[in-house]
Every structure is written in C-alpha cells, then in structure tokens.
Ligand binder design. Structure first.
Ligand code: NAD
Ligand code: AHE
Ligand code: ZN
Ligand code: ZN
Length: 374
C-alpha cells in the first residue's frame, strides 16, 4: 500500500449537529515529514461532541473527527526518521517539534510549529490527505482518528511498545493524560491538599488519579449525575457534592466543608458558570483553580477581581501540561507499573458502524469512554 491511495472506511462529519456517516474515503500517501497510520482504536472525547455540535470556533466541516487514537504506522513520507512502518503509535493533538520557542520553554507544552495549519484542518503544507465522493475532507486536531487510516505529522506521533494494548492506551491520547497531568504538572498538587473536581467524566476522574498520586488528603467530586459517584470512589474521590440537591450554593457548601475553601480545584465540564464556582471555592490567599473544560464559542468567564486580589489563582491546562512526545514513555510506564488506571476508563467498546451510539452514551452520562474498534 506504500505510496498508494488507500480506500477505507471513516466516520465523516458532514455538518454541525448531524450524525456521523460511515463512508468510503480515500487517504493519500504521507508527504514529507508525515506518517500514515492504520488506526485500530479510538476513544470518543467530549471535545469531539463539542466540535460536532458546532460549538468549536475552529470547527470545520466536512471533517473526520477523533483525537484519542492508537494505531500502527503503515508508511512514512520522505525525511521521517523517528518512526517506521509497523511501529505502534498514539497520534498527538499537541505535537512536540523540540525546536520552536514553546518547545524550548519548560513552562509550556503548547508546540507552535504546526498549530496554524492544524487549526485550519489541513496538513502543514496546507492540503488535506482525505477525500470522499469527490470532496476534500478536513483533518481534525491533527489526528482524525475516526478513520481506518489517517495521516499525521511526524512530530504528532508518540511511539509506544508493541506490548501495550492500543485499545486501552489510545485513551492516553487525550482524556486520561489531560486530567492526570493537570493535577501533577499544572496544579502541582501537594501532599495533604484538599482538592475539588467539577465533572466526573474521564477527564475529571483522571484528575482524581493525579491528585491521589500527589497524596492529596481530600478529593471532592462535584457532579449533577449521581450515577458517577459510586464509580468515582475507585478513582480516589473521597466525598461528593451534587449541586442540584443543595440548599446553599455549591461555593458556600464547599467553603464550609473545607474550612475556607480548597487548595486546588479543577473544572472538567466546559461550563463558564462552574468555572466561576471552581475558582470561588478556592481558599483565600493560595487556592488555585485549573480550567480544563472547553467552553462553547462566545462564552466568557467572569468573577470579581477581588477573588484574585485576595490570592486565588486561575490557570488553564491543555493535555495536562505534558510535553507530548517526550512524556508518553512516562505515562505508559505509570500505566504498566499500575500507578495509573487506564483499562477502567473503557466502559464500552463499539464497532465503527455504531459510533453515533458512542456519542449518545456520552450525552446520556453513561460512558466514561467508549472505545471505537476500527
Ligand atoms: P464527559 O462528558 O465524560 O464528563 C463531563 C461530566 O460533567 C459528566 O459527568 C457530567 O455529568 C458533568 N456535568 C455536566 N454539567 C455539569 C454541571 N453543570 N455541574 C456538575 N457536573 C456537570 O466529558 P470529558 O470527556 O470528561 O471532558 C470534560 C471536559 O474537558 C469537556 O469540556 C472537554 O471538551 C474537555 N477536555 C479538555 C481537554 C484539555 O486538554 N483542556 C482535554 C480533554 C477534554
Ligand atoms: N479550538 C477551540 C478550543 C478547543 C480546545 O481548547 N482544545 C484543547 C484540547 S481539548 C481536547 O479534548 C486544547 O488543547 N487546546 C489547545 C490548542 O492549541 O488548541 C477554540 O476555542 O478555538
Ligand atoms: Zn479530548
Ligand atoms: Zn514545537
């Protein structure tokens, strides 16, 4: 197949708020600095639903969504030296070129090398590798894992050992790494801390794993879906708050429970009202709140500046602050040595044909992650 156009099946997002359609698509060979991957598995992240629902200001259609995948390199373009056909890889929506000013700074994981073209739904040379029914399809987040084959930049792949199960570690491509790293790298939670997490989906529960790894004393879970509470205990959540069942505000409740507020809070929903609640539930003088959730186009956060004047800190985190390619061995090691739960996040597995059901399960709050078997 090397050097040839591959015909395969993919879930195509033809337009916002429309179900994905399984289509026969053509995937062109990888060009210079690119890698073509046979995708074996992909998680469905809330960000895929957010984009499909038309909430992403960068959202483009038609497109092939998906950014939480695992697969095997089928072929590589000219100049590719870090991976070869047969290598097992995880596509990365934040690449790591190692050369740009972001990569050179220890302060961020946001590589800038191909961010512009990635946001326009094309490869770094400005063109797409996907067509369907004579139409060009956009790439998504530099990954497009809802396709049996995809093409990504070499700097957007992390090689993993052949022995790790791709149908599980695909989740390290987004949700799990994001939450786990937000606690470890972004908040840098300390031993004995009191933490609270808004949203107990895959991202929120991975935050709990990170807080637990950092030896937090209390991990308070906040969710309106109480069916999440039982499951969350296994991920280290120690107490629960259901905002829809309170007589006081969630902030008043948490400030009271914690003698003045939390050391660290995390927003894992994507709702600007809960972002405010998470900030204002931080302790005066030192509490820090990390925004992980992605809010819809047009939304803005607000609080009284006095909240910051009096020592609370508002931060944000993308992919958990992990420098993507160079951190993957650490994440895989934590998984293999049983410090990081991964298998437990897979609540359903579905064939590509049933991908829309995976979105339904997420919206119904029944899934942590549905892994699509491509
Ligand atoms: P999910 O749908 O699995 O989980 C969201 C949880 O929030 C659910 O348990 C839901 O019941 C709860 N929830 C919804 N509204 C609520 C409210 N008003 N109050 C309390 N709880 C509420 O989603 P996920 O895949 O875990 O993703 C979570 C968020 O993180 C999304 O916004 C997603 O786009 C974002 N995300 C960001 C990054 C990043 O790098 N920053 C990475 C992955 C996901
Ligand atoms: N494209 C949107 C924002 C979407 C967004 O914030 N994406 C997160 C990752 S979500 C993963 O599930 C992110 O890492 N952003 C950093 C980046 O460079 O995109 C918009 O508002 O335009
Ligand atoms: Zn994601
Ligand atoms: Zn870079």
């Amino acid at each position: 197949t090397e050097g040839q156009v591959i015909h395969c099946r993919a879930a195509v997002a033809w337009g916002p708020k429309q179900p994905l359609v399984i289509e026969d698509v053509e995937v062109a060979p990888p060009r210079e600095g690119e890698v073509r991957i046979k995708v074996l598995a992909s998680g469905v992240c809330h960000t895929d639903a957010y984009t499909l629902d038309g909430h992403d200001p960068e959202g483009l259609f038609p497109a092939i969504l998906g950014h939480e995948g695992g697969g095997i390199v089928e072929s590589v373009g000219p100049g590719v030296s870090s991976v070869k056909p047969g290598d097992h890889v995880i596509p990365l929506y934040i690449p790591e070129c190692g050369e740009c000013k972001f990569c050179k700074s220890p302060k961020t994981n946001l590589c800038g090398k191909i961010r512009m073209t990635q946001g326009k739904g094309v490869m770094p040379d400005g063109t797409s590798r996907f067509t369907c029914k004579g139409k060009v399809l956009h790439h998504f987040m530099g990954c497009s894992t809802f396709s049996q084959y995809t093409v990504v930049a070499e700097i957007s792949v992390a090689k993993v050992e052949d022995s790790v199960p791709l149908d599980k570690v695909c989740l390290l491509g987004c949700g799990i790494s994001t939450g786990y790293g937000a606690a470890i790298n972004t908040a840098k939670v300390e031993e004995g801390s009191t933490c609270a997490i808004w949203g107990l989906g895959a991202v929120g529960l991975a935050v709990a794993l990170g807080c637990k790894a950092q030896k937090a004393a209390r991990i308070i879970g906040v969710d309106i879906n109480e069916s999440k509470f039982e499951m969350a205990k296994a991920f280290g959540v120690t107490e629960f708050v259901n905002p829809s069942k309170l007589t006081k505000t969630v902030t008043e409740t948490i400030v009271e429970m914690t003698d003045g507020g939390c050391d660290y809070t995390f927003e894992c929903i994507g709702n600007v009202a809960t972002m405010r609640d998470a900030l204002e539930s931080c302790h005066k003088g030192w509490g820090e709140s990390v925004i992980i959730g992605v809010a819809a186009a047009g939304q803005e956060i607000s609080t009284r500046p006095f909240q910051l004047v009096t020592g609370r800190v508002w931060r944000g985190s993308a992919f958990g602050g992990w420098k993507s390619r160079s951190s993957m061995p650490r994440l895989i090691k934590d998984y293999l040595e049983k410090r990081l739960m991964v298998d437990e996040f897979v609540t359903f597995t579905k064939p590509l044909d049933e991908i829309n059901a995976a979105f339904d399960l997420m919206h119904q709050g029944k899934a942590l992650r549905t892994v699509i078997d491509l």
